[in-house]
Design a protein around this ligand. Sequence first.
Ligand code: FAD
Length: 455
Amino acid sequence: MTEPVVVVGGGIAGLAAAWQLKRDGMPVHLYELDERVGGKVRSSEFAGQVVDEAADAFLARVPHGIELATELGLADQLISPSARKAQVWTENGLMGLPEPHVLGIPLERASAEALLGVEAADALEADLARTEPDPVRDDDTIGSLVRRRLGDRIHEALVDPLIGAINAGDTDELALSASSPQILAAANAGPSLIGSLRRMKAGSDADAPVFHSFVGGMRVLVDALEASLEGNITTGVGVDALDRLPDGALRITLSNGEVIAAPAVVLACPAPAAAALTTQWSDASTDLDAIPLVSVTLVALAYPTGTVDVPSELSGFVVPRTADLRITACSYAMQKWPHLGGDIDLLRVSVGHGRDQETPALPDDQLIAVILADLEAAIGITAEPTDVRISRWEQGFPQYVVGHTERLGHIEGQLNPDGVFIAGMGYRGIGIPACIDQGRSAGVDAILHVLEHRG
Ligand SMILES: Cc1cc2nc3c(=O)[nH]c(=O)nc-3n(C[C@H](O)[C@H](O)[C@H](O)COP(=O)(O)OP(=O)(O)OC[C@H]3O[C@@H](n4cnc5c(N)ncnc54)[C@H](O)[C@@H]3O)c2cc1C
């Protein structure tokens, strides 16, 4: 009888890895340091509703989230945002994002001009007129590529706030190849970035849902995974050490003092924890430790119904880093997800990004004061919220800086031959579908390793 493959960490990536291993008939056991699984997927009671403390939805454009939900029997519970239009903060107040756009990049001259003026519109025309290819460079960041092709204005006013909000990052630091595969593909697909994005957009269904979630929050997915893995999960017990013995076996020391053996291990814990567990593979450990992280704080605010007076088709707004506000994004949760409405107006506000690590670390009272001042400036709310919840995600967002993909190559080159596989937001995608995909792939890799090395 094969010893179970060990999965370290019960976030969505670790749960997906364990699900894959179990489904494929491989013995598996997952250890989660916290008392609960879910990691950064956390939905809890707030103002009489179940409200997500971090992710409130996952992308529908990539298949991994929907596929897993379907396998777990949750397909008929998927919901999509009711309000789909977002705004951006400008020197003239809140304005609609240009229509159409891809990740903030306007695709039509008129909408670029209306929002940002003639210069930005001319930059768009110049890109469309380009006939010579401008190959993406290995060290291109999202910022360097968009600034070179479309100018600073489009980048700073639109692309940075939108993509920066997804990654909590500074898009002048984030590697294009690792952080924005969509723009990378478009930039490589022809001389004109706008031309390629237009073709991509034309090939997609404009009415298809962009995001999915569940009434009951993203926790529904985690709960279903936990239930399906009954008997395969231990919570409240972390992995303290991982060693490779001379005969090639992997030895795992648990935080309760127990020592166990495993034929393969999936490290689905954050990169710093993975670094601490891989000191025997010293280069991999150093590389894992070198992945930068930033902190983000997400604040939920409840008001009596009617306090937040914004058009019903709007889901919220994002704020450029260059602006005079310190919040980075605000979601009108009661319009995005009407089941959260009831007798409250509910806002979810984010602070913190690559260039601002001060605001998310402010003490509660100062943080709330900053947020209320920004909300008054942006949407004119002067009322005090009836409930406030602060969710701090310290060092919660890995940053895929230039060299990230090469770094992953080194890490995996050291760990994989010994049956150690990495998965999760630190590596090949921040979003929940990407974490699910990584977890499942690591599960398959672990199975192949076990089959190959079985005596
Ligand atoms: C504020 C915020 C908003 C977000 N919004 C969205 C969104 O709208 N849509 C979206 O798709 N994604 C979003 N994300 C990203 C997404 O939620 C994460 O990328 C994903 O949940 C990470 O999953 P993971 O399994 O990689 O890591 P984690 O969730 O961090 O799980 C790792 C687990 O490992 C455990 N662990 C650590 N050390 C050990 C050890 N030694 N032994 C055992 N266990 C250990 C931890 O306790 C943790 O439970 C958001 C993230 C944040 C923080």
